[in-house]
Write a protein that binds this ligand. Structure first.
Ligand SMILES: *[C@@H]1O[C@H](CO)[C@@H](O)[C@H](O)[C@H]1NC(C)=O
Ligand SMILES: *[C@@H]1O[C@H](CO)[C@@H](O)[C@H](O)[C@H]1NC(C)=O
Ligand SMILES: *[C@@H]1O[C@H](CO)[C@@H](O)[C@H](O)[C@H]1NC(C)=O
Ligand SMILES: *[C@@H]1O[C@H](CO)[C@@H](O)[C@H](O)[C@H]1NC(C)=O
Ligand SMILES: *[C@@H]1O[C@H](CO)[C@@H](O)[C@H](O)[C@H]1NC(C)=O
Ligand SMILES: *[C@@H]1O[C@H](CO)[C@@H](O)[C@H](O)[C@H]1NC(C)=O
Ligand SMILES: *[C@@H]1O[C@H](CO)[C@@H](O)[C@H](O)[C@H]1NC(C)=O
Ligand SMILES: *[C@@H]1O[C@H](CO)[C@@H](O)[C@H](O)[C@H]1NC(C)=O
Length: 652
């Protein structure tokens, strides 16, 4: 400073030019001009949400380019902790989890990045992105100053944030702002010490220059516990909201600085058993126009939703899991298709920003590979030796998934009937402890299904000493609200008649590993399955294969798989877990099949775990690849949907 004064204004100018040409980029909040400031100039972002964890890596570039061509100058993404720290201290950052590569791609394409690294993200993602292994401390208070929670957060952020630091805008990367936590003001704990701790942690790794921010519902009651000094407070709201009222709420927390809607909803989420959410393009376009007209910054949530592959979907409470598709009725469809909404929003953005010139990347072609015959393999009960890598665990009372050291999928609970039950006797979960769905059989005869909140009792019969099996499915952990300590499996005791059942043998099942290693089908098979009077069959694997036709150029292409007359289960193609299907409950009927999992060199293998009953004894035993998705229907409904539509406020 002394030197500058001494050297006069020429030197100052020279220094400033040097700074510019040395490319020391800056990004900050300009409280004076109610704006962001980028490299010394007022800046406004028009951003869209894309979650790399919901899109195969090979498609990241295509989706980002489509976002860029819509006129966006930024993207927003979450980093799901549980996607990367698979068990304490064991990290995964390669392939589809290579977040650094994703950041580089965004920058190459010309998009800035608004990063949301959590630790909690919500996002309709299992447990809101928190790793299930946190629950091994049974009474842990998530998202608070609980030392067990903080220790795990510190370790994770100590790994993640140094990795992110080179990608900050100040350091030559694309990241302009970093969100701390997510909608914390909607959470019961209201623990300012926790937010302060996170702030210190983020600052210690990322430096004092980066803009850190929070996002909360656009109401004073949310901002009260969600905002804190040194974190710039932003709000979220959808097209139904009163914009001036919503931004007035932000002004309560931030009297000056840029207006920011961090989640402007282009569509909405789905739940199994409820109608597919659709939000009209006109409503979204109009509201976006009004937001941009007041000079606000906006992030469109979602710009592309993508897919909850494997077991990654979350759930809302009262327990209501989300389906495999996260299409969200967004401007780019689950498969990255350009929709009417895309073009409508692009026209709005064009009024405020120059749209990049050049052709749009086309909608990716889809191919209907047609029907594939399926053949029956073993039942789950028959394949326990193959599926249970660690062998059974015995205990008097049932243990949860986490106690059994399993996070996702299915566990088989087995015991014997203590006495004769010649007449129909109620098998019950009096404390609603089936988390989340149990497929029940006695001596190889399917008895029915127990389901959390929906079916707490079924009748069974059987003689003393008969084998009672419950295959329990984890359908996704609660990702929002006060009940995220969502233990899975049998989380309370079951009763049969007046007896409490005990002396369990539990099989933790490594189904994904068994499928990808081609282990199914070996070992003993059931001779003849006994008749199944209850209208259910035993959970059973099926397998089929198909070749990609020769002589057609540009195959493989994306597709959708449909399971006509199948009921509920999980599906893999060439060992890749596509997710859950449940056409009988809907609204999702087809599953997205990305081309990158298909092969032209060898037959493609389709593996299905059907939990309730396949069509294979009566009608056609096929699955079918089609070229169009169905996300809004129900095939032969067995279920009365609650008809409950969730608004953000309802989810508290
Ligand atoms: C802030 O606003 C004033 C008046 O509108 C303008 O002259 C000035 O250039 C702005 N500052 C920046 C950094 O753009
Ligand atoms: C929006 O809210 C503002 C401020 O609360 C109010 O003055 C205005 O009438 C509202 N507009 C509509 C369309 O309800
Ligand atoms: C129940 O069935 C068993 C064998 O089928 C029979 O021995 C027994 O007497 C029956 N008990 C009752 C109470 O009906
Ligand atoms: C179980 O059977 C009894 C008769 O034995 C019947 O009254 C009851 O409705 C049945 N319960 C269920 C859940 O099917
Ligand atoms: C089952 O009941 C026993 C005895 O009351 C109790 O000690 C145990 O905690 C219960 N187990 C579960 C999972 O609720
Ligand atoms: C499908 O399974 C067969 C038999 O195990 C194997 O030879 C083939 O390579 C598999 N196909 C793919 C695409 O992995
Ligand atoms: C489902 O969506 C399709 C395509 O948008 C539409 O034609 C059809 O009417 C919808 N069906 C239902 C039941 O909403
Ligand atoms: C769900 O969709 C059906 C068929 O389109 C319609 O009749 C029903 O009113 C919808 N339910 C709700 C809650 O929107």
């Amino acid at each position: 400073m002394a030197l500058l004064k001494a050297g006069g204004s020429t030197l100052l100018l020279l220094m400033m030019m040097c700074r510019q040409s040395l490319g020391q980029p800056s990004f900050s909040v300009d409280y004076h001009n109610d704006s962001f400031s980028k490299d010394g100039e007022n800046f406004r972002y028009i951003s869209g949400s894309i979650h790399y964890s919901r899109i195969p890596r090979v498609y990241w570039k295509d989706r980002l380019l489509k976002m860029y061509m819509a006129g966006l100058n930024a993207i927003q993404t979450y980093i799901p902790w549980n996607y990367h720290e698979v068990s304490p201290g064991r990290y995964s950052f390669s392939g589809d989890r290579d977040v650094e590569y994703f950041l580089k791609l965004a920058q190459d394409i010309g998009l800035l990045v608004i990063l949301r690294p959590g630790p909690y993200i919500c996002g309709e993602w299992d447990m809101g992105g928190l790793p299930a292994w946190l629950l091994s401390k049974k009474n842990i208070v998530l998202r608070s100053s609980d030392p067990d929670y903080i220790d795990a957060v510190d370790t994770w952020m100590g790994k993640l944030l140094p990795m992110i630091k080179p990608y900050l805008y100040q350091n030559g990367g694309p990241i302009i702002t970093v969100q701390v936590e997510n909608e914390y003001g909607s959470y019961f704990a209201c623990d300012y010490n926790y937010l302060r701790h996170l702030t210190k942690l983020f600052r210690s790794y990322l430096g004092k220059e980066v803009v850190l921010f929070t996002t909360d519902g656009a109401g004073l009651r949310f901002l009260k516990c969600g905002s804190i000094q040194d974190l710039y407070a932003t709000v979220d709201f959808g097209p139904g909201s009163n914009i001036s009222k919503a931004f007035a709420a932000q002004r309560y927390a931030e009297p000056h600085g840029p207006l920011v809607n961090s989640e402007f909803y282009t569509g909405w989420l789905d739940h199994w058993g409820s109608n597919h959410s659709v939000v009209s393009s006109v409503a979204v376009a109009k509201s976006l126009n009004n937001i941009l007209a007041v000079g606000a910054n906006v992030n469109l949530y979602m710009f592309i939703g993508g897919t909850n592959f494997e077991y990654w979907n979350g759930a809302n409470g009262p327990y209501s899991p989300q389906p495999t598709s996260y299409d969200y009725d967004a401007p780019l469809s689950e498969a990255g298709d350009l929709t009417e909404k895309y073009f409508a929003l692009r026209e709005v953005i064009r009024m405020y920003r120059k749209i990049p010139e050049g052709p749009l990347p086309p909608t990716t072609p889809k191919y209907a590979y047609g029907a594939v015959s399926m053949k029956k393999l073993q039942t789950v009960s028959d394949s326990l030796e193959t599926l249970s890598f660690s062998g059974p665990v015995k205990s008097v009372y049932p243990q949860t998934f986490i106690e059994l050291n399993q996070a996702f999928g299915y566990v088989l609970y087995r015991t014997t009937l203590p006495v004769n039950y010649n007449n129909s006797t109620p098998l019950s979960s009096p404390l609603n402890g089936i988390h989340d769905r149990a497929y029940v059989s006695v001596n190889g005869v399917a008895m029915g299904v127990l389901e959390r909140n929906v079916a707490l009792t079924i009748n069974v019969t059987g003689e003393a000493g008969s084998q009672l099996d419950l295959l329990v499915e984890n359908m996704g952990r609660i990702n929002y609200g006060n009940h995220m300590n969502d233990f899975k499996g049998l989380v309370s005791n079951l009763t049969l008649g007046n007896e409490m059942l005990s002396d369990w043998t539990m099989y933790s099942l490594s189904i994904d590993e068994a499928v990808s290693q081609g282990l199914l089908g070996v070992g003993p098979t059931t001779l003849t399955e006994p008749p199944q009077p209850a209208g259910f069959s035993l959970p059973t694997f099926y397998e089929g294969s198909f070749r990609i036709p020769d002589g057609i150029p540009d195959l493989p292409q994306d597709s959708y798989i449909k399971l006509p007359n199948w009921r509920k289960g999980q599906i893999w193609i060439n060992g890749f877990n596509l997710g859950r299907y449940w056409p009988t409950r809907g609204p999702q009927v087809t599953l997205f099949v990305p081309a990158n999992i298909l092969s032209t060199a060898a037959p493609n293998n389709v593996t299905v775990l059907e939990l309730e009953g396949a069509p294979c004894d009566s009608t056609l035993c096929i699955v079918e690849f089609t070229a169009t998705p169905i996300l809004n229907a129900t095939m032969q409904s067995d279920f009365q949907p609650s008809r409950r539509l969730y608004a953000k406020e309802d989810l508290l």
